[in-house]
Design a protein around this ligand. Structure first.
Ligand code: AMP
Length: 139
């Protein structure tokens, strides 16, 4: 069965995509644990880091670095966590490798690595505006 992320790659379900090339895609995490929380994935569905080709992982981390800088620029985030859960025991819930980029702003986000879910408080406009800011900062 294809993962929810493969469905995003195939445009079968919507996402707020901020970056795409032949091999990699990045889009806003639906929970927005913090403002600008972004996922970077390989387009091909590798389950976790243990089966990722190293050249692809290397490209993906290059892209993640570029997007981290754009998130910093877009939202003036003074800090950022990079997180990747690999395997159920590590908290992985979508079994298509991904890297979380989680900008940190200080007061109020101390517990964010419990991955707060703000989906219910956000409108589509909020997501669009956040995605647009990152895309603008990328250029
Ligand atoms: P993990 O628990 O590390 O496997 O992270 C999976 C992440 O995927 C979670 O933070 C979810 O919020 C996120 N997620 C699941 N479905 C979607 C979706 N349709 N669009 C964006 N993010 C999603």
């Amino acid at each position: 069965m294809s993962s929810v992320f493969s469905k995003i790659v195939q445009r079968e379900i919507p996402a707020y995509i901020v970056y795409e090339d032949e091999l990699v895609m990045a889009f806003l995490d639906i929970t927005q644990a913090t403002k600008g929380h972004t996922l970077v994935i390989p387009k091909e569905a590798y389950e976790n880091i243990f089966v990722m080709p190293e050249a692809l992982a290397s490209h993906l981390f290059g892209v993640a670095t570029k997007i981290a800088k754009s998130i910093q620029k877009a939202f003036h985030a003074p800090a950022l966590n990079i997180l990747s859960n690999n395997g159920e025991m590590a908290g992985q819930s979508v079994f298509h490798f991904h890297v979380h980029l989680i900008p940190r702003y200080g007061k109020g986000d101390e517990n964010v690595l419990i991955l707060a879910n703000h989906q219910q408080q956000l409108t589509q406009e909020d997501y669009k505006e956040r995605a647009q800011k990152i895309k603008e900062a990328l250029s």
